[in-house]
Design a protein around this ligand. Sequence first.
Ligand SMILES: C[S@@+](CC[C@H](N)C(=O)[O-])C[C@H]1O[C@@H](n2cnc3c(N)ncnc32)[C@H](O)[C@@H]1O
Length: 278
Amino acid sequence: MRVVELVVPDESAEAASDRLWTAGASGIEERSGDGVTALRTVLAADDDVSRSRLGPLPVGWILQFVDVDDAPAETWRDFARPIIVNDDLMIRPAWLVDNTEVGNRTVIDIDPAGSFGLGDHPTTRLSADAVWRSVRAGDRVLDVGCGSGVLSIIAVERGASTVVAIDVAEAAREATIANARRHRVADRIDASCTPLAVIGDGFDVVIANILAPTLVSLAADLRRVLSPTGRLIISGILSGHHDHVLDALAPLEVVRSDELDAWACVELTARTPDFSAG
Ligand SMILES: C[S@@+](CC[C@H](N)C(=O)[O-])C[C@H]1O[C@@H](n2cnc3c(N)ncnc32)[C@H](O)[C@@H]1O
């Protein structure tokens, strides 16, 4: 397996990690020593494709490509830890049996396999909290860019009657089905690679944790699929650098905005409904 390795000064490790997530990493292995951090992930089979997804790198960052056996490439799994989303919700790597800090929380066990959505990325954490707060019993939910299916499963846990989960990546469709089966909710999640453009309308909650350029290109369809009183949850956008995404989604109005580690999650509606109940 061909692995991308970024070697950066320790103080740049978080920025380098964000760059790899943004380029499509589904898990990152980090090792530090002698003032530098090496971050490894798998992006694409072709080095040039990986390089172009990463874009120009700051001076002092070293990009290299390493061939490794499949087994070491899976070592990111050893570094995965449960993520406490809020007082009521935890996302846990499916291969960990770790009940510390579970308390009364609902636990979502996830194996992202070859997709994005282990729960450790700030945008997934922010979106997970927004889905937990927004979905009501009986809601019809659409998860655009479902990745591992983590947000779809949370929506079902909150009582969604059905979740339509779509993604351009076949690996994401497969991971969503596998994770939904693990949670015994596969009958309520319809996972496919159907393009958003041909999805029907009337969804009570629409989730889209996708990078800003894609959100802009999907904006008209995101507005169209939302019911008149529905809520759109977007993430994958950087704090303070997403006005162009909100402009593309107008006349939807922002009703809530949260930030974590330089990433943002914004909730929008066509008109302001009463979310105070429940
Ligand atoms: C940041 S991941 C989010 C995964 C998961 N929903 C989460 O929150 O952890 C974005 C996902 O969007 C998918 N994606 C990118 N462009 C898309 C598009 N135009 N339509 C549907 N899915 C798309 C990617 O394949 C990827 O799985």
